[in-house]
Design a protein around this ligand. Structure first.
Ligand code: SF4
Length: 323
């Protein structure tokens, strides 16, 4: 196949906000507000932005844990946006998730063997014997001993638990894995082990990743391309190297300037982002970033900047971006 594995077109996810004693209201949380992106087979798209910008919601829409408000999600060319439960089953097999906190995402009352067998049972794959063999195989792939199958999640360290989460995600041989902040709850020393494991698995099984993180240094390590998200919208998208060498959008530049530089002799001009991410319930008009942007002009308060190409495979949504 030469087309994208995943294609998302103008996707929105709006949550109604209930207020007051009667829980009524007409306000809407625009968590995802018109996102388009594509992921090729074997590719990693990094998705970065501050907490609360809609990254995880987008990931949950793509894996159909949420039903999007509008827009289209295509997987291998098939529109899966509105598929019902049974029609969605084969796609669920192909799109899996790894969550930030493995302790919360693993059932504490089940053994690791039961946790890893569960997706195979749900999808009616194999018999008891072949499933037990697959569980041992999965543990071996993620670097855990076979005896782990009879133990419970609380008996493992954070890094080992994330290995179990990864084993569960690959149990059904998926094509795409949504990695939602998979290392941000781990010690720095463990983070690189888990990232290297994900890279090895990608090479071995030709996996595609949507790699969600707020830490640009982590995303840089794993991504072929990077999309930067701010308040429900993609504001810049480019190949990994291009976005780090020549960020165009003021928000991306601020994020990159905030990454610590390990060289004490290198002077870095910092563009610190003022303030917090505004509420997606009442986002600023025009460019959502204008209240925090050091380069904002009067038109930024009224006109929504559209994503447009500034270089080959490089798009930016800023009125001041070069043509
Ligand atoms: Fe800043 Fe205006 Fe560009 Fe938005 S459109 S990032 S406010 S310069």
């Amino acid at each position: 196949m030469t087309g994208p594995l995943l294609e998302v077109v103008d996707l929105t996810m709006h949550f109604p906000v209930r207020e007051g004693i009667l829980l009524r209201g007409h306000k809407v949380n625009r968590a995802v507000d018109g996102v388009s992106l594509a992921i090729m087979p074997g590719e990693t798209l990094g998705l970065v932005g501050e907490s609360g910008c809609g990254k995880s919601t987008l990931g949950r829409c793509i894996s159909r844990l949420y039903s999007p408000t509008s827009g289209t999600i295509r997987f291998e060319g098939t529109d899966i946006t509105r598929l019902g439960r049974s029609a969605l089953m084969p796609f669920r097999q192909n799109i899996q998730m790894i969550f930030q906190d493995p302790m919360e995402s693993l059932n504490a009352r089940h053994t690791v063997g039961e946790i890893l067998e569960e997706p195979l049972v749900i999808h009616r794959l194999g018999d008891k014997v072949s499933r037990a063999k697959r569980v041992r195989e999965l543990l071996d792939i993620v670097g855990l001993p076979a005896r782990s199958a009879s133990r419970y999640p609380f008996e493992f360290s954070g890094g080992q638990r994330q290995r179990i989460g990864i084993a569960r995600a690959i149990a059904l041989n998926p094509r795409l894995i949504i990695c939602d902040e998979p290392v941000s709850a781990l010690d720095v020393s463990i983070q690189s082990q888990i990232l290297n494991l994900l890279i090895e698995l990608q090479r071995e099984f030709n996996l595609s990743y949507l790699f969600i993180a707020h830490d640009l240094a982590v995303v840089k390590h794993v991504s072929d391309r990077v999309a930067v998200m701010y308040l429900g919208r993609i504001v810049e998208q480019a190949p990994g190297e291009a976005i780090y060498r020549g960020p165009v959008h003021p928000y991306t530049r601020s994020l990159i300037a905030a990454v610590p530089v390990p060289d004490p002799h290198r002077e870095v001009k910092r563009e610190v982002i003022a303030g917090d991410v505004p509420s997606p319930i009442d986002p600023p008009a025009g460019c959502h970033f204008h209240p925090r942007c050091p380069m904002a002009e009067p038109r930024c308060r009224q006109e929504v900047p559209l994503l447009r190409e500034v270089d080959k495979q490089h798009t930016s949504a800023c009125h001041l971006s070069p043509n």
